[in-house]
Design a protein around this ligand. Structure first.
Ligand code: SF4
Length: 323
C-alpha cells in the first residue's frame, strides 16, 4: 500500500455548520440576562447541548440545574432551547420564579402542532428519541395523545385508537433520511396518516446534513465537532458514514482527535453541530494543519440567513430603564 504524502492532504469544511439561530438566541439570552440582572442566573438543563458553551456560561455566573425545584424562590430561571412542557411552567410559577423562555421558535412550532391536533382528538405519533428533553417537552403538551416512535424498529409496536385519525410529528434534530423511512413504514400501517403542516426537522438540521453529505462523498474521514448529548451532531456522524466516508467521529474539541485516525487519509471533512462555537472548529483545523492538512477549502451547500429575536420577556426588560 502506498502511503499518501503530506502534499496531497487537504481539508473540506462544510458550510453551513455550527451555531443555528435557535442556539445563538438561547446563548445570547443567558448572556444578556447576566448583564442585566447579574449573577447568578439559573438555567434549567443545559441551555444548548454543548459542554464548552455550558462551561463558559458557568464561568460568567450561570447556574445550571436539572429542575426548577433546585432554584431558590423568586429567582430568575432560563428555559433551554429544547423547550419545556406546560408542567414545568406551572412548577416555576408555583415557586414564584421569573422565567425567560429561550425555547427555539421552531420547537415551539412543533408544540403548537401537538396542541392543535390533540384538540381535534388525533393520536400524535411523535418520532424522536426517548428521554431527549425536546421530546419530553413536546409530549408534555398533549400527554394523552402523544405516542413516541423511537426509530424504525418501534413502528411495529405502535397502537392507535382510530387509524383514521393519526398524525405524525417529529423532534427537530433527526436524520432526514431515517425519518422519511420511519414515516413510510408508519404509513404502511396507517394509510390515512397525516403529515405535519410543515417540516418539523428544522432548517439548521437539514442544511447541516446536506452540507456534510457533500464533503463526505470526497473524504475518507469526517470529523464532527459536537458533544455526545447533541442529537443533531450525532446525526451528522451517521449521515457522513451513509454518504460515503470510511470513518466519522464525534469530538468535543481537537484534544479528542486521535492521530491514528489520520493514517493513510488524504481528505478530511470537518463540520460541527448546531450548538458548537466556531472557535472549536478553528482548534480542529489548527490540529490538522500541524499534521500536514494545511490545504483548507470551505464547501458551501446552502446559504443561511435565519435570525430569531431574543425571548420577549428579555426584550421587554432590556427596553426598560436599568434598575
Ligand atoms: S437545531 Fe433547529 S430547532 Fe434546535 S435550536 Fe437550532 S434551529 Fe432551533
Amino acid at each position: 500500500m502506498t502511503r499518501e504524502t503530506p502534499a496531497n492532504r487537504r481539508v473540506l469544511v462544510a458550510k453551513p455548520r455550527g451555531y443555528c439561530a435557535g442556539v445563538d438566541r438561547a446563548v445570547e439570552a443567558v448572556e444578556k440576562a447576566l448583564e442585566r440582572y447579574g449573577a447568578p442566573i439559573y438555567v434549567r438543563k443545559q441551555i444548548v447541548h454543548n459542554t464548552h458553551v455550558v462551561k463558559t456560561l458557568e464561568e460568567r455566573g450561570a447556574v445550571f440545574v436539572e429542575e426548577t425545584d433546585e432554584v431558590p424562590e423568586g429567582s430568575i430561571v432560563v428555559f433551554s432551547a429544547h423547550g419545556v412542557s406546560p408542567a414545568v411552567h406551572e412548577q416555576a410559577a408555583g415557586r414564584n420564579l421569573r422565567t425567560i423562555d429561550a425555547t427555539c421558535p421552531l420547537v415551539t412550532k412543533v408544540h403548537n402542532e401537538a396542541k392543535r391536533f390533540a384538540a381535534k382528538d388525533y393520536d400524535i405519533l411523535l418520532i424522536g428519541h426517548e428521554g431527549h428533553e425536546e421530546v419530553e417537552g413536546t409530549a408534555g403538551e398533549a400527554p394523552a395523545h402523544v405516542k413516541l416512535v423511537d426509530g424504525l424498529d418501534a413502528v411495529a409496536d405502535v397502537e392507535v385508537r382510530d387509524p383514521r385519525r393519526v398524525v405524525w410529528l417529529s423532534q427537530t434534530t433527526l436524520s432526514v433520511d431515517e425519518t422519511t423511512e420511519t414515516v413510510t413504514r408508519l404509513r404502511e400501517r396507517f394509510p390515512n396518516l397525516i403529515d405535519p403542516p410543515s417540516d418539523d426537522i428544522c432548517y439548521a438540521t437539514q442544511n447541516r446534513q446536506v452540507a456534510v453529505k457533500e464533503i463526505a462523498a470526497e473524504a475518507e474521514l469526517v470529523i464532527v465537532v459536537g458533544s455526545t448529548n447533541s442529537s443533531n451532531s450525532k446525526r451528522l456522524v451517521e449521515v457522513a458514514l451513509d454518504a460515503g466516508a470510511d470513518a466519522s467521529y464525534l469530538v468535543d474539541d481537537a484534544s479528542h482527535i486521535q492521530d491514528s485516525w489520520l493514517e493513510g487519509v488524504t481528505t478530511v471533512g470537518v463540520t460541527s453541530g448546531a450548538s458548537v462555537p466556531e472557535s472549536l472548529v478553528d482548534g480542529v483545523l489548527a490540529y490538522l494543519a500541524a499534521r500536514g492538512f494545511g490545504d483548507v477549502r470551505e464547501v458551501e451547500s446552502v446559504q443561511e440567513s435565519v435570525r430569531f429575536a431574543l425571548p420577549h420577556e428579555l426584550r421587554r426588560e432590556l427596553r426598560a430603564p436599568a434598575r
